[in-house]
Structure formats: structure tokens, C-alpha cells
Design a protein around this ligand. Structure first.
Ligand code: AMP
Length: 113
């Protein structure tokens, strides 16, 4: 919980929040890699995808549903978008509080870097 995202979830530091509920917060990435780049985090401090447990199955589903909801909210749903989870060093994770990247507003290359 002692990460920058834990502090955003707790309201201790500001973020440009686009959606939040009892379980999740979605906010704009400070260093956007696409015209739309939003992060979706659980309020629960789960460090990486590796720490997700069976008991988190509903929460994991809510994270995905929130990504789709926010994509509609910001107008990228029909054009298309990408949802990314980086895990640990080789996956490019830098903040150790689980988060989904919602990326859109431009075509996405494949394979990703
Ligand atoms: P990752 O590399 O997958 O851990 O992603 C971390 C993301 O958090 C990066 O895209 C950063 O630009 C973003 N980031 C870091 N600090 C903040 C912050 N205070 N507010 C919004 N986004 C942030």
C-alpha cells in the first residue's frame, strides 16, 4: 500500500481521476504513451499480477469491466484500444501496485516492444 498508487487510491496525493468506486480507481497516466492513457488500479494493494489470488477473481473481473467502461466513457471503445498489465522487471513494471494500462487514440503496433 506504500506505493504512489496506494497513496492515490487513499486520496493522499492527487490524480486526474476519470472513474472510481469502492474497489477501483481509474486516472490519467502522468507520462502518456498514447493520446488516451489511463491506469486502472484496485484499491486493494496487490503488488503484481503474480500476487493475485483465487479470492481476487471478482476484483480482477471488475478491473476488466472498468477498462471497458472507461474506454466507452472517453470515446475510444468503437475505434479500439489496448489493455496492458506489466509484471515485474522483464515485463516493464515500475510501480508495484497492480494496474491495467488502457491505451488508445492511435493504432497500436504488434508485437509490442
Ligand atoms: P508500469 O511501468 O507498468 O509500472 O506503469 C507505471 C505507470 O505509472 C507509468 O506509465 C507512469 O507514467 C505512471 N505513473 C507514475 N506515477 C504516476 C502518477 N503519480 N500519476 C499517474 N501516473 C503515474
Amino acid at each position: 500500500s506504500d506505493t504512489i498508487f496506494g497513496r492515490i487510491a487513499a486520496g493522499e496525493i492527487p490524480a486526474d481521476i476519470v472513474y472510481q468506486d469502492d474497489d477501483l480507481v481509474a486516472f490519467w497516466d502522468l507520462s502518456p504513451q498514447a493520446p488516451t492513457h489511463i491506469l486502472i488500479i484496485p484499491r486493494k494493494p496487490i503488488a503484481t499480477l503474480n500476487q493475485l489470488e483465487d479470492g481476487d477473481a471478482e476484483l480482477a473481473g471488475r478491473l476488466l469491466l472498468a477498462a471497458a467502461r472507461v474506454a466507452k466513457q472517453v470515446g475510444i471503445a468503437d475505434a479500439g484500444y489496448r489493455v496492458v498489465v506489466n509484471c515485474n522487471a522483464a515485463g516493464g513494471q515500475t510501480v508495484f501496485h497492480l494496474h491495467l494500462h488502457l491505451l488508445g487514440g492511435r493504432p497500436m503496433g504488434w508485437p509490442p516492444g
